[in-house]
Every structure is written in C-alpha cells, then in structure tokens.
Ligand binder design. Structure first.
Ligand SMILES: NC(=O)c1ccc[n+]([C@@H]2O[C@H](COP(=O)([O-])OP(=O)(O)OC[C@H]3O[C@@H](n4cnc5c(N)ncnc54)[C@H](OP(=O)(O)O)[C@@H]3O)[C@@H](O)[C@H]2O)c1
Length: 298
C-alpha cells in the first residue's frame, strides 16, 4: 500500500499517476484544502492537516483500517510550507508546518509506516563554486532559512531510518485543475502577449515533476521498504535556468516566445530569501535505478 501525503500538490499528483502506472496496490492520498478527483481505481482520499494532532490520529486510524493484514506501507511525504520568501516572512508558521508537524506525524504513525521518502531541496546547500555538484555525503550549509528548515526535517527523517530525496526546481503540467504552475503560467502569458521576465543566470539541475515522480516510484518498486541510502539526489544531468526551460517549452509547443524575457538574479529585487546556482550530483540515483541519463521532459 502506498500513502501520498499531499496528493493534491504538484508532485503529489504526478506521484499518484506514476504509482498507478506500475502497480495495482491501493494508494491512500491525503488532501488538505480540497479533495482530489473521484472515480479513480485503487485510489482513496483521506483528509489530513499535519499541523493538527487530532487530524493525524484520524488519518492514522484510516490507513490502519485500509491496510490489509501483513501489508507493508510505503509513504511519500510532500507536505510543507515551502515558499522560501514566505518562510522568512512567517518563521513561526514555517517551523510549525514543517518541523513540528513532521515530528508529530512520525511519532503517531511510525509503527504503521514501514518506509517513508521525504522531499527535501537543493537549498540545503550554499551556492556552488566553480560548477561544483554537491554529493549526498557533502556537508550541507543552507543558502536560506527555508533550506535550514528542510535540513532539520532531513535529520528527523534520518534518525527514524527513513529516506530523504533532495530535489531541484521542478516544473511540469499541473494535474490539479485548481492550481497553476510554471508551464500554465507561460502558456497564459504567451496567449495574452504579456511580457514575462524569467531568471536566466541562476541554474539548478531541474527536472519535470513526472520524471521526479517516476524516480521516486521506481525506488520503491525496486527496493520496496529497503531503500539502501538515507539521502538520494534526484535531479537532471544538465544545469538549466528557468528562462531556458521556458524557451524550450515554447519551442516544443510551437509557441511564439517573444514575450519571454531574460532576467538577471541581481535585478530580481522581488526575492527576500537568497537564491543562487546550486548544482547536485545525480550519479547515485542513476546507479540505483540503472539509468544512463536523467533529463527533463517539457
Ligand atoms: N516545487 C519545487 O520546485 C520543489 C523543489 C525542491 C523541493 N520541493 C519539495 O517537494 C515537495 C512537493 O512540492 P510541490 O511543488 O508539489 O508543492 P505543493 O504543490 O505546494 O504541494 C504541497 C502539498 O502539501 C499539502 N499541505 C500543505 N499544508 C498542509 C497541511 N497543513 N496538512 C497536510 N497537507 C498540507 C498541500 O495540500 P493542499 O494542496 O490540499 O493544500 C499540497 O498538496 C515539497 O516538500 C517541497 O518542499 C519542491
């Protein structure tokens, strides 16, 4: 049985899709603000607010009842208060919704959930110097407060013998009709011929949500509840800027990209939390999954 915490999120939706591609096992997806789509075989939605202890206990009861005798539970935890600027503006909410909620969730569900993958970020590192690609064993040094919060979450996960995946900026078509992401935004600005400035000199080893979800699903598929490393970087082979992603998407779709303009990070005065090029090494995940290349799809 699979449990997806944050099933209505961007990554959560792709995870549900990818898990259904490889198995008939039951998927229990948590929803917070709004229930997800009905009528999908082997998918059950259960409400969960990870900031509320009663809600976690109810969720625990629900998955305990849904689990067949002896069945192992594999969980992917994507929930969080995850916008770096919002975390800086509201540090108490950031600590409560990310760290305290995670501690509570694990304390209540630990004996039931056999294996859990937690979604962390490349922001647990500082800016890459000389295009250095951080490896899993490198000492983190978070670039901003959001990175610090995620690093503390990582330590909680590892102490509980669960698994951390560190992810870069992800993009892709939103599977949630109520939530627009980067790709839908690009489509809209091109359609309306609005000028859209996109960061052009700051790089990550970005991947699309579908590819990240496929990697996570395949880790569970291949290793079941015994994923052999505590931290795994899931990211692309090549560094790419958001501007390059936007242009490539427009080109693949045959859209006119004249309204997409490059923006240098030092000119982007709207960011509160520090950003910079952070590159991750992906050789571990490629060797675990038997992949030669890991490239994004637009
Ligand atoms: N997006 C990126 O580029 C990126 C990069 C690196 C790492 N990550 C990590 O990847 C994970 C998924 O990101 P995403 O882009 O899919 O984000 P997202 O769409 O915002 O998904 C977050 C999910 O968390 C749920 N959630 C929020 N507060 C909750 C609460 N109190 N109780 C229960 N659930 C709650 C949301 O539920 P509702 O929608 O129902 O409110 C949503 O489904 C996050 O942990 C993020 O830190 C993302």
């Amino acid at each position: 049985m699979y449990v997806v915490i944050g099933g209505n999120g961007f990554l959560g939706g792709h995870l549900i899709q990818q898990i259904r591609n490889v198995t008939d096992e039951l998927i229990v997806a948590s929803f917070h603000s709004k229930k997800g789509g009905e009528g999908v075989s082997n998918l059950t939605w259960v409400e969960l607010d990870v900031t509320n202890t009663d809600s976690i206990f109810k969720f625990y009861d629900a998955i305990r009842k849904l689990r067949k005798s002896g069945e192992l539970i594999k969980c992917i935890y994507t929930s969080g208060y995850i916008k770096p600027d919002e975390c800086l503006r509201n540090p108490n909410i950031a600590v409560k919704n990310n760290i305290l909620s995670l501690i509570n969730f694990i304390a209540i569900t630990r004996e039931l959930i056999d294996s859990l993958i937690f979604t962390s970020t490349d922001f647990v590192f500082e800016e890459s110097q000389s295009s250095y690609r951080y490896k899993e064993e490198d000492e983190p040094n978070p670039i901003n407060f959001y990175g610090t919060i995620k690093l503390i979450c990582e330590k909680i996960i590892i102490r509980n013998n669960y698994t951390v995946v560190r992810l870069p900026f992800m993009f892709g078509r939103s599977l949630n009709p109520n939530k627009e992401h980067f790709i839908e935004h690009i489509e809209r600005v091109i359609k309306n011929n609005e000028v859209f400035y996109v960061l052009s000199d700051y790089y990550e080893n970005s991947l699309d949500y579908g590819t990240v979800a496929r990697c996570i699903t395949n880790l569970f598929f291949l290793y079941q509840t015994k994923i052999p490393f505590p931290i795994i970087h899931i990211c692309g082979d090549l560094p790419v800027s958001k501007y390059e992603i936007a242009l490539e998407y427009a080109s693949k779709q045959g859209l006119n990209s004249d309204c997409i303009k490059p923006l240098k990070l030092e000119e982007a005065s709207f960011f509160l939390a520090k950003r910079a090029t952070i590159l991750l090494d992906n050789s571990l995940v490629k060797s675990l999954l038997g992949l030669k290349n890991l490239e994004f799809k637009v």
